[in-house]
Ligand binder design. Structure first.
Ligand SMILES: Cc1cc2nc3c(=O)[nH]c(=O)nc-3n(C[C@H](O)[C@H](O)[C@H](O)COP(=O)(O)OP(=O)(O)OC[C@H]3O[C@@H](n4cnc5c(N)ncnc54)[C@H](O)[C@@H]3O)c2cc1C
Length: 414
């Protein structure tokens, strides 16, 4: 693999950039792998990467039914933060956030991590209490966040309307080291690094069945033939229930469409991420100048990866109340992704009832920010059978009543 650097760019400029190699190989599937990961989204690719980097396991295939990064990883609004309430959540999200800080160097791929800061607005007394509580919890967890008043919010975001007609801004939970990254680049960077370690990323390869010998996995059936493996990792977000059914167990997961949209590009007008959960909308500005706007989930379970008009209307109404300046902006695109929601709004990283099948799902509306931490922990779980970061997120918690309630931090917002 050619190392990307300023020298490489200069060298290639002399030959009209004809010398760049492919970022990842497109191999034919082998008959057998030590580990198969199903799903080449961010979490699947990061898992494979840390299996190789941290544990030297490289006889790995990542099977993807479409194109890599084409699921939720390529559809999200890229918010990265770690201001969660429960200790186990902030541990894994903070691990992820801190890995994001050095990810471009680690992968030798610019993931455009931008720690621009994130504000979660409090617009009711209930939210004030909730976010103040989170700020105290974060202080104990060693996660840097701060409760700030409305005047400071206005300083940070001059275009905001803090005296909204229905819900004035009463303050905010501010995480200065939160931010955004380029979602495609995160998938592409991990993919390139996995391919460089000799792993096979096999696109257009849908897993259609899971083969067992008694209680143990032996391989998968795919649209490109049967492939054997010792260990199988299911990392398919909204399709987790479908894959679990193939393996013969059920998951406490519901799949729903979550939507987002972007405006036409405008000059820089907002340099932080703002989330307004009461009116329900959130916004940041991309490097191209588009306002990246997050909407809500559909109120019914479905697998349709698309947006709908009533969501645009509700989301825009909420945001125009908070940012009247954007009222005449044209919206360019909208889309949807299928998110995997658990009842306690926390993920599942776990062994399963089938020996050597592991599952990583339930990241719901907020898993982009977790990709490096989730990959790190899940690789450890698959390699060693346990991981301190993943321990609390096992499937047992649903039968033991040990929920990790993150409905305030993760219920709707990202
Ligand atoms: C509109 C929207 C906005 C969001 N905003 C944010 C945000 O701002 N911040 C944040 O942290 N999170 C956000 N999220 C959530 C985040 O995108 C997801 O939690 C995260 O990307 C999940 O990554 P993944 O790798 O688990 O899943 P995915 O990226 O969906 O990857 C799973 C892959 O599995 C593949 N697959 C499925 N079935 C099979 C099969 N049978 N065989 C082979 N492959 C299969 C799919 O094709 C897919 O590529 C948002 C999500 C959406 C939809």
């Amino acid at each position: 693999m050619t190392r990307y650097s300023a020298f490489a760019v200069a060298r290639e400029a002399l030959s009209y950039h004809t010398g760049w190699g492919r970022a990842w190989r497109a191999p034919e599937p082998k008959k057998r792998y030590d580990v198969i990961i199903v799903g080449a989204g961010g979490h699947g690719l990061a898992t494979a990467y840390y299996l190789g980097r941290n544990f030297g396991i490289t006889n790995v295939a990542i099977l993807e039914k479409g194109w890599l990064g084409g699921g939720n990883t390529g559809r999200n609004t890229t918010i990265i933060r770690s201001n969660y309430l429960q200790d186990s959540s902030s541990a894994i999200f903070e691990k992820a956030r801190s890995l994001y800080e050095g990810l471009s160097q680690d992968l030798n791929y610019n993931v455009m991590f931008s720690p621009r800061g994130c504000l979660m607005l409090a617009q009711t007394q209930h939210e004030v209490r909730g976010y103040q509580r989170t700020a105290h919890a974060n202080a104990l967890q060693g996660v840097e966040t701060e409760w700030i008043g409305p005047e400071r919010v206005k300083e940070l975001v001059p275009i905001i309307n803090i005296d909204g007609p229905r819900y004035p801004v009463l303050g905010a939970l501010w995480q200065a080291r939160a931010g955004t990254a380029r979602h495609d680049a995160v998938a592409w960077g991990y993919a390139r690094a996995c391919s460089d370690m000799g792993m096979d990323i096999i696109q257009n390869c849908e897993v259609t069945g899971i083969r067992r010998d008694g209680g143990k996995v032996v391989g998968v059936s795919t649209t490109r033939g049967e492939i054997d493996c010792d260990k199988l990792g299911l990392v398919v977000a909204g399709h987790s229930g479908v894959l679990a059914r193939m393996a013969g167990f059920r998951l406490p997961i519901e799949s729903v469409a979550l939507q987002a949209l972007v405006s036409e590009p405008v000059k820089p007008c907002i340099d932080v991420v703002v989330m307004a959960n009461t009116v329900h909308g959130y916004m940041s500005q991309s490097d191209k100048g588009e306002l990246v706007i997050g909407g809500g989930t559909d109120a019914f379970n479905n697998y349709s990866q698309r947006g709908s008009f009533h969501h645009i209307e509700h989301t825009m109404a909420a945001l125009i109340e908070t940012f009247p300046i954007i009222s005449r902006l044209k919206m360019l695109r909208q889309w949807g992704g299928i998110v995997d929601m658990t009842g306690d709004r926390s993920p599942i990283l776990s062994k399963t009832p089938v020996e050597n099948i592991f599952i990583n799902c339930g990241w719901g509306t907020g898993g982009f920010k977790a990709i490096p931490g989730s990959g790190w922990a899940f690789a450890e779980l698959m390699a060693k059978g346990q991981s301190p970061l993943a321990e609390e997120f096992s499937l047992d918690r649903f039968t033991e009543g040990r929920f990790i309630d993150e409905s305030v931090a993760a219920g709707v917002a990202h």
